[in-house]
Design a protein around this ligand. Structure first.
Ligand code: SAM
Length: 269
């Protein structure tokens, strides 16, 4: 019950953020908040991110088995969905926020090979088994409470086709030195709670971590093969879609972020 309430609150926060400044809440570059992003430059970050992700996968021998279909989990306004649509025959964007998806449909109305699906449950029930060549998730799982994030990761393997690749990013450790009082205040977030009740507009998001060992366990239980686990800069506030491989133990926005690249085996029980 408590977990479901927390999950509901997190999703409601994203609805509020999407209404106020969707682009600035997705890419948090401090110099581009409060409506500072210009749509063309924002979408260009998606093109750059997908180009470097696919080049990275190729460099580690983990390219998708074909270019048929991609799933963008936590797609927001379709920044990455759009870029994937120029590489794959068909792309599905999934998000929990109806407002984000409304904007995604409008921004990507010129594309005929994308669909956007609202998903408010803690699994991917609306997504078919063994359908996708690749599942991509960037700067999303960090905003989902761990039990739900873990469930989504195991769902990625169900929806991938045999030989398909999951490339998902998630922070594995919080390195911030935050006092207990600040931690408690941040958990309660009085202004964010008031915004949920319709008082003010100070919506905010949380950052969650799932330990690397726990994620490896989920992958192992799914019978999938880890191709690489890379330490990245995704949690830096000026990330802006420019993926960099950083030193493990590096302090990226105070969190240790990992990009997991995992292949679903050709024979999958
Ligand atoms: C920081 S944005 C990233 C959007 C997109 N991946 C990108 O990089 O442009 C995080 C997104 O995750 C979505 N989200 C949060 N919780 C979710 C959930 N439980 N299921 C699906 N999407 C979720 C939010 O609505 C938001 O659009």
């Amino acid at each position: 019950m408590r977990k479901s309430l927390q999950y509901w609150i997190e999703r409601r926060q994203w609805e509020g953020l999407a209404e106020i400044d969707a682009l600035g809440s997705i890419l948090n570059d401090p110099s581009l908040q409060d409506g500072g992003w210009e749509l063309g430059s924002f979408l260009a970050t998606g093109t750059r991110e997908i180009a470097s992700l696919l080049a990275l996968l190729e460099s580690i021998n983990a390219s998708p088995p074909d270019w048929d279909s991609a799933l963008d989990f936590g797609c927001g306004v379709g920044r990455l969905t759009r870029a994937l649509a120029f590489r794959f025959a068909y792309v599905t964007g999934v998000d929990a926020s109806a407002t984000m998806l409304c904007k995604a449909r409008s921004i990507n109305g010129d594309l005929t090979n994308v669909e956007f699906i609202t998903n408010t449950s803690s699994g991917l029930e609306n997504v078919t088994n063994s359908a996708y060549s690749i599942v991509v998730s960037s700067i999303v799982l960090q905003h989902i409470p761990p039990p739900h994030a873990e469930r989504f990761i195991s769902e990625f393997f169900r929806v991938l086709k045999p030989g398909g690749i999951a490339a998902f990013q998630i922070p594995v450790e919080d390195l911030r030195q935050v006092s207990l009082l600040r931690r408690i205040l941040w958990k309660i977030r009085p202004r964010a709670l008031l915004a949920l009740l319709g008082v003010g507009k100070e919506f905010s998001f949380s950052m969650h971590t799932v330990p690397e060992d726990r994620i490896r366990e989920i992958i192992e239980r799914a019978g999938a093969d880890v191709c690489a686990v890379l330490s990245t800069n995704h949690t830096n506030s000026d990330f802006n879609g420019a993926i960099e491989i950083v030193e493990k133990g590096g302090h990226n926005g105070g969190l240790a972020s990992r990009l997991f690249v995992v292949r679903k085996p050709l024979t999958w029980a």
